[in-house]
Design a binder for this molecule. Structure first.
Ligand code: ZN
Length: 154
């Protein structure tokens, strides 16, 4: 990655960290879950409006570092209008990309990360990986109906 591109990515994360999109409670939520990253103190509550197998809307309330909030912000933008199956495929691709683990099936899938590719750089900072994946683990829990506070353990 060139340093220009890295700067651009950093800017996107900072922008979403400072000005989160889709922030607040979703009145029409059909699913929600709480997530907590004890390593950094990041917290988010995610709200989803899932109808007919599609994510109609998503929002979150949260506090924590810029990466965790930017991740939740970009995630809620990125999953709107997608089917639950597409969202779970995105979850696998994103977490495989950020952790840098050999999840070949996920890495080779044709799922496009789009803007979410900004989090690829987080791989170089193991302490921040949980900050970037918290929103995604919370998302999976919300979709699976696990309405409990779950600390990210991966
Ligand atoms: Zn954090």
């Amino acid at each position: 990655m060139t340093s220009d591109l890295r700067d651009l990515y950093q800017e996107l994360i900072l922008d979403h960290g400072r000005h989160p999109r889709n922030s607040g409670k979703l009145a029409a939520a059909t699913h929600h879950a709480d997530g907590y990253n004890p390593l950094c103190g990041d917290k988010i509550t995610l709200y989803l409006d899932v109808d007919g197998g599609k994510v109609r809307s998503a929002s979150f309330e949260g506090q924590g570092c810029a990466i965790s909030q930017a991740s939740a912000s970009l995630m809620t933008e990125g999953i709107k209008g997608k089917t639950v199956a597409e969202v779970l495929a995105l979850f696998r691709k994103l977490t495989a990309t950020v952790t840098g683990r050999d999840d070949d099936a996920a890495l080779e899938s044709s799922v496009e990360l789009g803007k979410l590719a900004v989090f690829e750089g987080v791989r170089q900072y193991p302490m921040r990986v949980k900050c970037a994946t918290l929103a995604w683990h919370t998302l999976r829990n919300a979709l699976e109906g696990k309405d409990v506070e779950v600390a990210v353990t991966e």
